[in-house]
Design a protein around this ligand. Sequence first.
Ligand SMILES: Nc1ncnc2c1ncn2[C@@H]1O[C@H](COP(=O)(O)OP(=O)(O)O)[C@@H](O)[C@H]1O
Ligand SMILES: [Mg+2]
Length: 226
Amino acid sequence: MSPVIEVRDLRKTYGNGDTAVHALRGLDLIVQKGEYIAIMGASGSGKSTLLNILGCLDIATSGQYLLDGIDTGEFDEEQLSLLRNRKIGFVFQSFNLVPRTTALANVELPLVYAGVRRAQRRERALAALELVGLQDRTHHRPNELSGGQQQRVAIARALVTSPAIVLADEPTGNLDTESSREVLGILDRLNASGRTVVLITHEDEVASHAMRTVRVVDGKVAGVLV
Ligand SMILES: Nc1ncnc2c1ncn2[C@@H]1O[C@H](COP(=O)(O)OP(=O)(O)O)[C@@H](O)[C@H]1O
Ligand SMILES: [Mg+2]
């Protein structure tokens, strides 16, 4: 097995002096290629901070993060964003779609950043939308879609670049039971097709989709359930 995520003694402090918040306090984590892990923990325990660093949206204060064997600590912001675009698909609780544009354009966006040509962009975005069952909604705007459909567009956007890792921060947090089930089914299928999935949740039932659960307490990994 080869690790796709290797985190050692990761620390993240927001602010400084009296008002400093130590969000991560020496966190260690190894995720193997093809794994599906759930991260659980109380509100404020550092889960989103961790996921943002894993997704190269933020950098740690200290510690080491190897992504697919690459030491991200040596990268500047531009290199990190390239790495993020190539290797990571991010799914957020609040969908984070561009409001006034179509599902198709939203899904094409990461390919625009990656410099993919228009015809190929279109083809790949349509395939991604089909994978999440939205081939008949490609020209709808986010406000013309249900929450569950919006999250499926967000998942299509996350996977259109064929990322090695899909990171999902409470992806079902704003969804009803039926939409949650659909979204979790898609994540299951993504994992079955070989992608590594890291999912934050506070629901046991959601976590039960993962192969193992990592519990974060006060910015550290507290225990691992298999
Ligand atoms: N941008 C930020 N600036 C200052 N403090 C932050 C910021 N983001 C998170 N925090 C603080 O860091 C701690 C961990 O937050 P977070 O990672 O969002 O936890 P979780 O996702 O587990 O609820 C909390 O105390 C939170 O208030
Ligand atoms: Mg959070």
